[in-house]
Design a binder for this molecule. Structure first.
Ligand SMILES: Nc1nc2c(c(=O)[nH]1)N=C([C@H](O)[C@@H](O)CO)CN2
Length: 119
């Protein structure tokens, strides 16, 4: 079984949506990340440099999302996956982006993607 570092329920206020009115407001997005990482080395050394620093990841994700406006949440998920893989040296991850206020009759709506670096 593989090791992971996870972030669950990261809430970020974003300008997001395909309708004009949605570009005038902020709405919450809730992000779940499951990132493959070998946790044996940081467990042995105790060094944050050997760990996938979830605090650094959550800060980066929040800054990427708030830096621009978005249409589909699929685009948000794809950018998060691409940038985490590139900037945090993660080889494989799952990203879920939920938009809980989008559909009144539903508790939440979401997209989930899984990306793996080509060998
Ligand atoms: N698969 C998706 N469907 C829809 C999205 C989306 O981002 N991905 N967005 C909308 C609207 O912006 C909606 O959230 C407004 O209520 C509709 N469908």
């Amino acid at each position: 079984m593989q090791d992971f570092v996870s972030i669950e329920g990261l809430e970020v206020l974003a300008v997001v949506g395909i309708f004009e009115w949605e570009q005038e407001i902020t709405q919450p997005l809730v992000i779940d990340l499951k990132m493959a990482w070998d946790n044996r080395k940081p467990a042995k050394t105790g060094a944050i440099e050997d760990a996938l620093d979830y605090d650094a990841v959550q800060k980066a994700v929040t800054s990427w999302i708030t830096a621009k406006t978005w249409g589909l949440i699929e685009d948000v998920a794809e950018i998060i996956a691409t940038r985490i893989m590139a900037e945090f040296n993660v080889s494989e991850l799952q990203v879920r982006v939920a938009k809980p206020t989008a559909v009144k009759a539903a508790r939440t709506v979401a997209v989930t993607i899984h990306r793996k670096r080509e060998a």
